[in-house]
Design a binder for this molecule. Structure first.
Ligand SMILES: *[C@@H]1O[C@H](CO)[C@@H](O)[C@H](O)[C@H]1NC(C)=O
Ligand SMILES: *[C@@H]1O[C@H](CO)[C@@H](O)[C@H](O)[C@H]1NC(C)=O
Ligand SMILES: *[C@@H]1O[C@H](CO)[C@@H](O)[C@H](O)[C@H]1NC(C)=O
Length: 378
């Protein structure tokens, strides 16, 4: 019994000694296996795995960017104006409009200032001053030749406001394609309610508050549209434009317009009148002078003021209006542009008839900056 007891004890102690050894061996093996697995995994991820790992997780990220999951997606203005849409795609997209008139959010209405220029904006410093402090009430769009590289600093209101342009040659064909493209780009921002077409030689004649209020309170859109019975008016009408365009609807006017969102949509969605004009209005008929006034008269005569709010001086005669440079810009000159007008505003006589003026040469910038505070109010 004693011996047996002893032997059992010895064998037990032996067992106890053997067991930890085996466990230790197993543990070491396991550790080696783990280390090997880790090393192989790291190697695999670094050299083959990264792409497949990222691709595998992508579907769970993508919907956050692509899918319109909240109303915000439809309201927020696009951060990058350089989309990849063709004109055809863009006009189609821009023609979308809500059928419910009341917006389900607080819509702060903006004026879209659309600059049509070959390249630079020499009067930009004057405009910078005009826009200062009114962020959220305006948006800016610039259409220039595709070859032109804009060079505004990131603090400028014009920084990255260029839209994709497809003009091949300036002045060769009508500017209407470019103007429709500007409108379509501006329509993509649901907050833009009014659309003003400007050139690089235009200046504002009042401060932002006055201009915003004048446009906001107007019952009508401002575009020159008159019926000229003479050779430069009805004389340019082509009888093959009927029945879409009747000679009684034929209008003339300059293209420097201010129109509301509804009229802007009429313009981008038009597939009836524009092809007719493109085909049948060739020099001495000019699409630039007749398309917008005629088409808008047909679509929405009651919404038009039939006058432009961009002042221009034809008094010097010739085919082009006067351009004003450094020596022209005096106190008397600005008083002359601002005063002495009479027109109809909201069906009542008014002396404030023009909000913008053209044409100003780059040399006019310096004197304009000096006089703007006292005479233009900014
Ligand atoms: C861009 O701006 C910088 C500094 O404002 C100027 O040095 C440079 O010449 C400009 N480039 C062009 C192409 O206008
Ligand atoms: C143009 O419209 C007028 C009245 O609106 C009509 O009398 C005339 O016949 C029309 N002319 C043509 C060429 O359709
Ligand atoms: C503008 O002219 C159209 C006719 O072409 C007319 O129906 C409309 O009432 C005019 N607008 C104003 C404000 O007089």
């Amino acid at each position: 019994m004693e011996e047996g007891k002893d032997s059992t004890a010895t064998s037990r102690t032996n067992q106890y000694r053997v067991l930890p050894q085996r466990l230790l061996q197993l543990l070491v093996l396991f550790l080696i296996f783990c280390t090997a697995f880790l090393v192989i995994s790291i190697y695999m991820i670094r050299y083959f795995g990264v792409h497949s790992v990222v691709t595998a997780t992508q579907p769970s990220f993508q919907p956050c960017i692509e899918e319109p999951t909240s109303l915000e997606h439809w309201i927020r203005p696009q951060a990058n104006l350089l989309h990849t849409m063709t004109d055809k795609e863009l006009l189609w997209r821009a023609s979308f409009s809500p059928r419910i008139k009341k917006y389900p959010f607080t819509r702060v209405t903006k004026i879209a200032f659309m600059f049509l220029t070959k390249g630079p904006l020499p009067l930009a410093p004057l405009w910078e001053r005009f826009f200062k402090g009114h962020k959220g009430l305006y948006s800016i769009y610039i259409h220039s030749l595709p070859s032109y590289q804009a060079n505004f600093s990131s603090s400028s209101v014009f920084y990255r406001r260029q839209i994709p342009s497809q003009i091949a040659e300036w002045g060769k064909t009508s500017m209407c394609d470019a103007e429709r493209r500007l409108l379509a780009n501006a329509l993509l921002d649901v907050s833009n309610e009014w659309f003003v077409l400007l050139s690089e030689s235009c200046i504002p004649l009042y401060n932002f508050g006055v201009i915003y209020h004048y446009i906001l309170k107007s019952k009508y859109s401002f575009i020159g549209a008159f019926d000229d019975p003479g050779p430069y008016g009805r004389g340019r009408y082509n009888k093959y434009m009927a029945p879409e365009v009747n000679i009684t609807q034929w209008r003339k006017g300059s293209q420097w317009f201010e129109i509301n969102r509804r009229l802007a949509i009429y313009i981008v969605e038009d597939t009836t009148f524009y092809p007719k004009f493109a085909e049948l209005c060739k020099p001495a008929c000019y699409v630039d002078e007749h398309y917008f006034p005629t088409m808008l008269t047909i679509q929405a005569a009651k919404l038009l003021a039939n006058r432009s709010i961009t002042w221009v001086d034809w008094s010097r005669g010739g085919p082009h209006p006067a351009t004003f440079g450094r020596t022209d810009i005096t106190e008397e000159f600005l008083k002359r542009i601002l005063g002495g007008h009479s027109c109809i505003y909201n069906d009542r006589p008014s002396s404030i008839c023009f909000l913008f003026a053209r044409k100003f040469a780059p040399s006019a910038l310096e004197p304009l900056l000096m006089l703007a505070q006292d005479f233009l109010g900014f």
